[in-house]
Design a binder for this molecule. Structure first.
Ligand code: ADP
Length: 475
């Protein structure tokens, strides 16, 4: 835990264990913070705010730029830490570390582009000036699935804008947060600007963020249920909030698309991070004419995916985060099969070759999914490709939009007009057209409906941490 520039370690306070989900080993003990630590961290962030906001944008940019360099330098160490506590294959962990570093670089540049406006006035003796100023202390809560990039996507724009922050990482992945904060501290961040509160029970920390009047903004990535609770609290206390919540991405393979190419894309994006991503395809809509070639290629590729400890060579599928996650995936698969889905690949927990010590589920392909099945509506967050046949563009657009979520959607087509129609008609914040990775630090990420509020990354990302102030000057 880092409060006001001082590290508190587990030898001097109550602690909780961090385990490796690939084998259940305890890999570290981390300080267990509560209300007292959260309040102390807000004290520090509040005290540090005027001086940090008062620095020039160029000075703030320098710190972020140094942090970028350090993160790239330490990528291997950070990636090994990530694989050990989160489970994703080492190669994927390296990719995430670079993505995380990209936010530091991008927002070190955006810091220098927080422009204002001079507006024409209807009165000859009046001048208007618009300033964008940092909001103040930010409370951030982050998830375990992308345990470094979800931190930098919040802290980099906040720091660039001139805000200070208290961050509470997910209880499953505090080690990645600790390593990230060491980097920011070494990059020259003044004491108190960025504070880290690790905790086994998140609720009291969230409560401080909601109720302490000094916290002016809450930013959260996680489940829709918790996000709504925080949003209700933020509403009561009239705080700014941004939310990146769940998703239920449709992946549409049109009749004109190359089904084999689309299946390659589906195999790659669906099983990334073992399906534990809010932009993971949850319903794969395939035109009935393309079902056979698509399914054949997908099953062939999924059958080759090896599950295991991500530190080993050749592993493509890591463990799920915990036993509860495995139970949920198993429940969705059993429910679908009971209601008539065809099980084409996988479908069970993985228990052989020592995998029973971890929390593994086989990469799975189900076809003939219908809207009566749990998986059609519930976010899976696991390695299950669920195929739904369709016949017509209007039907598939209606089915794709028939969800409370609205984060990402994917479309495979080679027809320009169809691509444009789908892009416009799909009610999601991010649309990948023949593109399974429509994300980057330079692009706005975020959803509509139950998937959240606000955008992270891109030109828009820094606005979440700025208030607009108007000056009217009579002359
Ligand atoms: P998941 O079910 O995917 O773990 P959560 O929404 O529970 O998603 O977790 C995302 C983040 O939200 C984590 O940092 C977690 O500790 C935090 N969190 C969970 N419950 C609460 C709560 N009541 N108040 C504040 N933060 C919470």
């Amino acid at each position: 835990m880092l409060i006001n520039g001082k590290w508190l370690d587990a030898s001097t306070a109550a602690s909780f264990a961090v385990t490796n989900p690939a084998n259940g080993d305890v890999i570290a003990e981390v300080v267990d913070g509560g209300r007292t630590e959260a309040v102390a961290a807000v004290d520090a962030a509040e005290a540090a705010f005027p001086a940090w906001a008062g620095k020039t944008a160029f000075e703030r940019a320098d710190v972020l730029r140094r942090a970028y360099d350090l993160m790239v330098e330490r990528k291997e160490h950070l990636a090994v830490t990530m694989t050990s506590e989160q489970g994703k294959p080492l190669r994927a962990a390296r990719v995430e570390c670079q993505y995380a570093a990209d936010f530091l670089l991008w927002f070190s540049e955006e810091a220098k582009r927080v422009y204002g406006d001079i507006l024409p006035s209807p009165r000859a003796n009046q001048r208007f000036m618009v300033l964008r100023q940092p909001i103040g202390v930010v409370g951030a809560i982050t998830p375990w699935n992308y345990p470094v990039s979800m931190l930098t996507r919040k802290l980099a724009p906040a720091l660039a804008a001139g805000c200070t922050m208290v961050l509470k990482p997910a209880e499953a992945t505090p080690l990645c947060a600790i390593e990230t904060f060491k980097i920011l501290q070494e990059a020259g961040l003044p004491d108190g600007v960025l504070n880290l509160v690790t905790a086994a029970d998140p609720a009291p920390i969230g409560e401080v963020f909601v109720t302490d009047p000094r916290v002016r903004k809450i930013t959260f990535t996680g489940s829709t249920a918790v996000g709504k609770r925080l949003a209700a609290g933020a509403g009561e206390h009239m705080k700014r909030i941004s939310l990146e919540l769940g998703g239920h991405a449709p992946f549409i393979v049109c009749e004109d698309a190359d089904p084999v190419h689309a299946a390659k894309g589906a195999a790659a994006v669906k099983f990334l991070n073992t399906g534990q991503a809010c932009i993971s395809p949850n319903r794969i809509f395939v035109h009935r004419d393309a079902i056979e070639p698509f399914t054949g290629e997908l099953v062939k590729r999924v059958a080759r995916l090896r599950a295991g400890n991500g530190l080993e060579e050749g592993i493509a599928i890591g463990p799920l985060v915990n036993g509860k996650a495995v139970d949920k995936v198993e429940r969705q698969v059993n429910d679908a099969v009971d209601k008539g889905a065809a099980l084409l690949q996988g479908g069970q927990r993985l228990l052989d070759d020592g995998l029973d010590k971890g929390t593994f589920f086989a990469p799975t392909v189900l076809s003939d999914i219908t809207d009566s099945m749990l998986i059609y509506r519930e976010e899976t967050f696991g390695p299950v490709a669920a195929i739904v046949p369709y016949d017509d563009d209007d039907d598939v657009i209606a089915m794709a939009n028939d969800t409370n979520y609205g984060l990402a959607a994917y479309v495979y087509t080679n027809e320009l007009a169809r691509a444009m129609r789908m892009f416009e008609a799909l009610k999601f914040g991010i649309i990948g057209v023949n593109d399974i990775n429509p994300t980057a630090a330079a692009a706005p990420f975020g959803g509509v409906k139950d998937s959240g509020l606000g955008r992270e990354g891109g030109r828009e990302g820094i606005d979440e941490y700025l208030d607009v102030k108007l000056g009217g000057f009579a002359v």
